[in-house]
Design a binder for this molecule. Structure first.
Ligand code: SRM
Ligand code: SF4
Length: 572
């Protein structure tokens, strides 16, 4: 058989490639423009580079029209994202972030779908001191955004079994291994200050090269039977292999991703495919080699088609595997069987193998704020003051108060009760399994509301759920303000993607364990139609489902929607 010659797509490099090329390893003119006093914003070229430093320039979209009328520049502000492999933060770090959000941000913290914190509303003049304080707490924002490997996810509850804690250690190692090596971050934000835990100081980028990756890259590690990190949505997913109670390796899955563009059928969500397995100690090597394949063969001309999933689909899984093994100099082992049961969180107190306790708390939309009758942020601050374990962020925007000793449990429970913090058990199981991206007012790409609207919509869906006796039926529901899929909408059994203010495309049919994509069911509908559709679907589900049958499986079995067998037929 003739050997396939693999090439990157041809075409004029995108403008972002020029910006990276001219940036002197991510410096650009950021140092100057971040202190320039006339505008609260920065030029677009620098904004592109700023992402590699974990931040975006945004503007408050609630104020956009009014400011335009008054001929004022937009209400510019910055979003800052922390790099937090596996989503683990100490109580001291929690307190620092809480205070920074108060002092320099909009007062809230957002727990993201990739297990980290975002702060919104930081003014340009406060960015440097905010990043410096973050560094003093031994955290950073390096590579939290940009065309590099992003925050490495891993299944939460590292303390519930030895496997989880081992996997957490691997997620940190992979994250550190794949960090950019440029010292630009330290020069721009820390005045070259040396802080514990900073990466190496080589001027060049031995792995990424001068142009970094064609696009963002995401890695996550799952520990079956839990798939809370949605391992198949990752560019590179690892699935822990456990034999006789020991971690013996990882199945390797490549080419997942959620984003697409409305009206462009050549873009689609895709699930990663398992190509073999590796030993635990080979995980960094495998990650690095796969990243270099994407570096060399990814599309640098069209950013909408530049994610690794398109490289994998263009070249084929077998070719990718062959290329990987060539670069590794050894062959992957056979894939091992695995079984997932859910991609949502499990709430409440659990005790681990060492007698430590963990409380998984429901945080609606991942927004940690003080509301009129619910002082969530204050409550968590009070817990952080006495907690001696860790905080663990889940991939469903929830929070685990982790590693609580038997003695401390009572004190934490008292605070949980005092502040009305919740394991979500008094909500419907649908709400507990809900997730919404940030969207308006900060996200510049949002076409419709998500985080601010989904709770209101669920209030109304809960009436339907109750009428049909489905209050305790676990159904995953996810909403995003645009098709980029930041809340992994295509893996929710019910999914909504914003099309225009108040209008959504509705998707159904994803698997409860995150192993099958959903499919479009209705296009461009508003609240009344959404509720009508759900009234019909949920009442049919209540009457006709088989025992234990999940909603996503039901709508496929009964022919309500066609099964999506691969991302490439998502739009058929
Ligand atoms: Fe995302 C862009 C928020 C997880 C796919 N995402 C954005 C930006 C930065 C908007 C922008 O480019 O201007 C959003 C900032 C909003 C704001 O105001 O804060 C944003 N994404 C988020 C977060 C905060 C959503 C949340 O509510 O939790 C999540 C932060 C993750 C993190 O901590 O690193 C977030 N984004 C995701 C995920 C889910 C995941 O990774 O598991 C996805 C789908 C998976 C994937 O990447 O395929 C996702 N975000 C995107 C995309 C589409 C990328 C694509 O190539 O398909 C964009 C747009 C882009 O990159 O051009 C985007
Ligand atoms: Fe913004 Fe779209 Fe991501 Fe939501 S899905 S945060 S609207 S980019």
């Amino acid at each position: 058989m003739a050997k396939q010659i693999i090439k990157a797509p041809e075409g004029k490099p995108s403008d972002v490639e020029r910006i990276k090329d001219e940036s002197n390893y991510l410096r650009g003119t950021l140092k100057e423009t971040m202190t320039e006093p006339i505008s609260a914003g920065i030029p677009d070229d620098d904004n592109r580079l700023l992402k590699f430093h974990g931040s975006y320039l945004q503007d408050d979209r609630d104020l956009r029209n009014e400011r335009q009328k008054q001929k004022l520049e937009p209400a510019y502000q910055f979003m800052l994202r922390i790099r937090l492999p596996g989503g683990v933060a100490t109580p001291e770090q929690w307190l620092v972030l809480d205070e920074l959000a108060q002092k320099h941000g909009n007062g809230t913290l957002k727990l993201t779908t990739r297990q980290t914190f975002q702060m919104h509303g930081i003014l340009k003049w406060n960015m440097k001191k905010t990043i410096q304080e973050i560094h003093h707490s031994l955290l950073d924002t390096i590579a939290a955004c940009g065309d590099v490997n992003r925050n490495v996810m891993c299944d939460p509850n590292p303390y519930q079994s030895e496997i989880h804690s081992e996997v957490y250690e691997w997620s940190k190692q992979v994250s550190n291994h794949l960090l950019p090596r440029t010292t630009a971050y330290h020069e721009i934000w820390l005045d070259d200050e040396k802080v514990a835990g900073t990466p190496g100081s080589e001027e060049t980028e031995p792995m990424y090269g001068k142009h970094y990756l064609p696009r963002k890259f995401k890695i996550g590690i799952a520990v079956p039977p839990s798939n809370t990190i949605d391992v198949f949505s990752q560019d590179l997913g690892f699935i822990a292999i456990v034999e006789e109670g020991k971690l013996t390796g990882f199945n390797v899955a490549i080419g997942g991703g959620m984003g697409m563009t409305h009206g462009d059928k050549e873009t689609y969500p895709q699930l990663a495919k398992v190509i073999g397995s590796c030993k635990p100690e080979q995980i960094c090597d495998v990650s690095e080699r796969i990243i270099t394949i994407q570096r060399d063969y990814g599309n640098r001309s069209e950013r909408k088609k530049a994610r690794f999933k398109y490289t994998v689909d263009r070249l084929g899984v077998e070719t990718m595997k062959g290329e990987l093994e060539k670069r590794l100099g050894w062959r992957l082992d056979e894939a091992k069987s695995y079984h997932f049961t859910h991609n949502g969180d499990r709430y409440g107190w659990v005790e681990d193998f060492q007698g430590k306790w963990h409380f998984t708390m429901f945080i609606e939309g991942g927004r940690v704020a003080d509301f009129d009758h619910f002082k969530l942020k204050t409550g968590l601050r009070e817990i952080a003051k006495v907690h001696t374990g860790e905080f663990r962020l889940t991939a469903n925007q929830n929070l685990i108060i982790a590693n609580v000793s038997g003695r401390e449990k009572d004190r934490i429970t008292t605070l949980i009760e005092q502040y009305g913090l919740t394991d979500g058990k008094h909500f419907s199981a649908l709400r507990r399994n809900s997730m919404a991206c940030v969207a308006l007012p900060t996200c510049g790409l949002a076409m419709a509301e998500a985080e601010r609207y989904l709770p209101v919509l669920i209030d109304k869906i809960e009436e339907i759920v109750d009428q049909n006796g489905l209050r305790d039926e676990e159904i995953t529901i996810r909403m995003t303000g645009c098709p980029n899929g930041c809340a992994r909408h295509a893996l929710g059994e019910i999914g909504f993607i914003g099309k225009a203010p108040g209008k959504y495309n509705m998707y159904i049919g994803a698997a409860f364990d995150g192993s099958r994509l959903s499919k479009i069911y209705r296009e461009n509908i508003g609240e009344v139609e959404i509720l009508n559709e759900l009234r019909m679907l949920l009442s049919q589900y209540a009457k006709e489902r088989h025992e234990g049958e999940h909603f996503g499986d039901f709508v496929i079995r009964t022919g309500i929607i066609k099964e999506v067998t691969d991302g490439t037929n998502f739009h058929d």
